[in-house]
Design a binder for this molecule. Structure first.
Ligand SMILES: Cc1cc2nc3c(=O)[nH]c(=O)nc-3n(C[C@H](O)[C@H](O)[C@H](O)COP(=O)(O)OP(=O)(O)OC[C@H]3O[C@@H](n4cnc5c(N)ncnc54)[C@H](O)[C@@H]3O)c2cc1C
Length: 441
């Protein structure tokens, strides 16, 4: 039996406490996602409260979106409906800490910065560094499979997440991964949850694999007269005994944004190891850069902090995640630059990305560009990388653009059938982040 809005609010308040439910118009407007304002913002402080809120949502068919720091709420398609935003930032505890095993279990709302501060004291870290990583929640980072330059060596959260507790749409809390003998559903639940965008369950606890911090880390900036020369340098680095922790490509505008000496293209190579090995490997980086027709020198101090600031997204920007190939970097950058020329935008086009994997992050400002031209740009880029099974995801951009162009791109029908079956199993009533994921799931 459905209860009235007023008594629903009362029931929510009974679950989390009066001060943790808000229906204040200004707050609701600020919590809107792509123009959909929720009816309530609910801020649980414990797992049991998350479970009880989702059980109520299930009974009353309320659409719920979990929110971490709120930095990626425009990722994917606009939601089809929204009743409650579940603000997870009240769940910040470290639940279990095992320094000797290099693992830690945390609640989903803790920020990566707070966790890093805690781990730094014992020289361990969770090597995940997408722009603005410090302020993002671990739950949000996992839900979006966020990654940055450190992906070159440490992989993504798919490689670092050992176990997960989530609350499914009916309000039942489930463990999956290394802290259970057998997962309830029989799936590799942690892998399923990474990048699921809060559409399969609300993540509440995460068990993470940590790494020891290297004794020393230094970065070299290798500069080249063309992206082709940068690509040749990357091939050399990959085909060598070097073990870089970051191999990040930057075009001219991206370099400028990091206040580094201008060049047509550059590759920032970070080496983390014991001091002598770092020096030896750095000498090799300089040698490889010369042979590829460029030159390498030590990067300016605080290069990665500047990188982090420069690529923290601001309003009006469109960010694309392009999966290309290491062997096609120059072609892909060339196509993006030519496509951008046709957009009629004077604003800088910044291209960065993990050169070791061929994944590029394209940041552009859409002033002056009509949405049809922007959509055409995305489609041409998709057709190009599609020839070698690449992809283009619109990570952020205007809602009208994401409503007109599928932000995820085409998907294999067999994969979509599987995803639908999973959604039917985890969230049959389509209550969790409805419509945002691939295929409108
Ligand atoms: C394919 C892909 C590639 C990406 N690559 C990059 C990249 O290279 N670099 C980069 O900077 N960013 C990348 N992102 C985006 C990045 O992941 C997000 O910006 C960041 O992780 C958001 O963290 P947040 O704490 O701000 O989460 P929010 O913005 O608050 O939330 C993000 C999503 O996670 C859900 N969510 C949040 N908390 C929970 C929870 N506890 N349980 C369940 N769901 C939750 C939200 O509902 C929302 O859908 C990528 C995303 C995708 C999907």
């Amino acid at each position: 039996m459905s209860v009235s809005t007023r008594s629903l609010e009362g029931t929510l308040a009974e679950i989390v406490g009066r001060e943790r439910v808000s229906a204040e118009p200004r707050l609701l407007a600020a919590a809107a996602i792509d123009g959909h304002a929720p009816r309530w913002v609910v801020s649980p402080a414990a797992l049991e409260q998350v479970a009880a809120v989702l059980a109520l949502a299930h009974d009353e068919k309320l659409a719920v979106v979990a929110r971490g720091s709120g930095s990626a709420l425009d990722l994917g398609r606009p939601p089809v409906r929204l009743d409650a935003v579940l603000d997870m930032r009240g769940l910040t505890r470290i639940i279990e800490d095992h320094p000797d095993d290099l693992t830690v279990s945390v609640e989903a709302g803790i920020t990566a910065g707070a966790l890093a501060a805690r781990l730094a004291a014992r020289r361990q870290w969770l090597p995940v560094d997408p722009p603005a990583w410090q302020s993002r929640t671990i739950g949000g980072l996992v839900a979006t499979n966020a990654h940055g330059p450190l992906r070159a060596r440490y992989g993504t959260l798919r490689d670092l997440l050992l176990g997960v507790r989530f609350v499914a749409a009916g309000g039942v809390s489930t463990w999956g991964g290394s802290r259970v003998v057998k997962s309830v559903t029989g799936y590799d639940v942690p892998k399923l949850m990474v990048g699921s965008l809060g559409t399969l369950g609300v993540l509440t606890e995460l068990t993470l694999r940590l790494h020891p911090m290297p004794e020393s880390e230094l970065t070299w900036l290798a500069a080249f007269p063309s992206t082709g020369a940068a690509q040749a340098f990357v091939a050399r680095v990959l085909d060598s005994p070097l073990q870089p922790s970051r191999v990040e490509l930057l075009n001219e505008a991206a370099l400028r944004a990091c206040a580094a000496t201008p060049a047509r293209a550059a590759v920032a190579v970070a080496i983390g190891s014991v001091e002598a090995a770092v020096r030896d490997q750095g000498a090799l980086v300089e040698d490889f850069a010369r042979r590829a027709g460029g030159g390498a020198a030590g990067a300016p101090a605080a290069f990665w902090e500047r990188y982090d600031r420069a690529f923290t997204r601001s309003d009006g920007q469109m960010v694309l995640q392009v999966a290309s190939l290491t062997s096609r970097l120059a072609d892909t950058v060339d196509l993006i630059e030519r496509g951008h020329d046709g957009l009629g935008s004077d604003a800088a086009l910044m291209i960065t990305g993990c050169a070791a994997l061929g994944t590029l992050r394209v940041t552009l400002t859409l002033t002056g560009a009509d949405l049809e031209a922007a959509a055409g740009f995305v489609e041409r880029l998709r057709a190009f990388v599609g020839d070698f099974e690449g992809s283009v995801v619109i990570q952020s951009g205007p809602a009208v653009l994401r409503a007109g162009v599928d932000p995820w791109g085409a998907i294999d029908p067999a994969a979509l059938t599987l995803m639908r079956a999973l959604k039917d199993e985890f969230d049959p009533q389509r209550l969790l982040n409805p419509g945002r994921f691939v295929g409108g799931l």
